[in-house]
Design a protein around this ligand. Structure first.
Ligand SMILES: [Ca+2]
Ligand SMILES: [Ca+2]
Length: 438
């Protein structure tokens, strides 16, 4: 269309001026179009602006293949990071293991915490503390958000909170919805607690709970037992919508409902109606792809395998991810499960190469800032500092995976801002921006 416009101008000019002038006008016109074309087609990063600003529609040339995962320091000197998320605006909310949530805005951490529930949280153990934070989809109107943590009774607890009249400070009075007893073992303490909270594209709240079993100890097969909550992913309705009553909780007010199509909903007693998926050991960080709605689960392994489970957005729920019958793809106690045909095996698994490996599930990058990283699910190994990027938009299976190792970086959690920029939090209190490198 632009070329046609230029020709049209040229024709009009042709009737009015001599050949030399026509040539000069044509050169100027083509030059203008080239400049306009560059302005509209340049990559986003050339604009020098933050990716949370609005842009004109872009025509970006196809990116080259991802070669390296780059970490750019974003914030340092905070506590152990367990959740990075947003509330539907430009602020980044960072939950710390000790029970404090801070806001990062314009690259600066807030001086005053958004929330401090350190007096409600048992955070002394390796895997205890404030573990999950999720803002209601209607947060801008309701001011409601949810926090999961290990409470002073050593239980997995989930509470509702509200924001105060100051948008940067929350009320610290919890409304305890439910709390679940957690086993504790001498020498190991209270571990494998899961604790992630995410709202799905269906508006329901998903909560992960590990099976609570310490490494090296045999015990009850909780992950396959549908009458208890541990070793599962739960799906509940906290919006006040119609649904069945809460079923399995040890403490709390049970002020949530069970979606009618939850896969094991059988009314009071029997199976726990809250369960969405089972057969999980320690689902440490789940996420939903903001474009496809697919769910990605990082499930921490035992002695041999770490795994990423993939659940398509079309899933009706009820998937059995196989623990403790299989660890990754490796049989462990297959007799504890129904036949292998009934199980969902990992989309990706990696073997332990030394004594320590612990997967931290991540996110599919869907931001506009980095076209090379777009469509990659980024996750990591807490122990070795290995970062993985799996090309999940590709039709190829298994996924093509790029790895980059950052020794000494212990990634604890990933998170997105509103624009889809990807961040990783660490045990040392540094948050990095995750991007493609070369
Ligand atoms: Ca039931
Ligand atoms: Ca599994």
């Amino acid at each position: 269309m632009l070329c046609g416009l230029c020709s049209g101008v040229g024709v009009i000019v042709q009737r009015q001026i001599d050949m030399r002038s026509r040539r000069a006008v044509t050169i100027v016109c083509v030059g203008l179009l080239l400049v306009l074309g560059w302005a509209y087609s340049r990559p986003v990063w050339m604009s020098g602006a933050n990716s949370d600003e609005l842009f004109l529609p872009l025509v970006v040339s196809p990116p080259g293949p991802l070669e390296k995962i780059d970490l750019e320091p974003f914030i340092t000197g905070i506590g152990v990071v367990t959740t990075i998320t947003h509330a539907g605006d430009n602020r980044l909310f960072v939950a710390q293991k000790d029970g404090v949530v801070i806001i990062i805005e314009n690259g600066m951490p807030s001086a005053t915490p958004f929330l401090d529930i350190s007096h409600l949280v048992l955070s002394g153990g390796a895997e205890t503390g404030l573990l999950g934070l999720a803002f209601a989809p209607d947060y801008a109107e309701s001011g409601v958000f949810y926090v999961s943590y290990i409470d002073l009774e050593n239980r997995s607890a989930m509470s509702r909170f509200t924001v105060s009249a100051d948008p940067n400070v929350a009320n610290s009075q919890p409304e305890l919805l439910l709390a679940i007893e957690q086993p504790s073992y001498p020498g190991a303490g209270n571990i494998h607690n899961g604790g992630d909270l995410q709202f799905g594209p269906d508006g329901y709240l998903y909560w992960t709970l590990g099976d609570g079993q310490p490494s090296g100890a045999e015990g009850p097969n909780r992950a396959q037992n549908l009458t208890e909550m541990l070793g599962k992913i739960h799906r509940i309705d906290v919006s006040g919508g119609a649904g069945d009553s809460a079923d399995c909780y040890d403490e709390g007010n049970g002020a949530y409902t069970i979606p009618h199509d939850n896969p094991f909903a059988d009314g009071p007693g029997g199976d726990c109606d809250e369960i969405w998926a089972y057969g999980l050991r320690n689902p440490w960080r789940i996420s939903f792809d903001r474009i496809t709605g697919d769910m990605f689960i990082g499930d921490v392994g035992h002695h041999t395998q770490e795994e990423i489970d993939f659940e398509p957005s079309t899933s009706p729920g009820g998937a059995n991810y196989g623990w403790p019958c299989y660890e990754g793809m490796v049989p462990r106690e297959p007799g504890l499960c129904d036949s292998a045909e009934t199980l969902v095996f990992p989309a990706y698994a990696f073997a332990h190469e030394d004594a320590c490996a612990s997967v931290t599930g991540g996110y599919v990058y869907r931001g506009a800032f980095d076209p090379t990283l777009y469509g990659h699910y980024v996750f990591a190994d807490f122990c070795s500092g290995t970062f993985y990027a799996a090309a999940v938009d590709s039709a190829e299976t298994p996924w093509a995976v790029v790895t980059t190792v950052y020794p000494g970086v212990n990634p604890t959690t990933f998170g997105e801002n509103l624009a889809g920029d990807l961040f990783v939090g660490t045990a040392s209190g540094t948050i990095y921006r995750v991007q493609s490198g070369d």
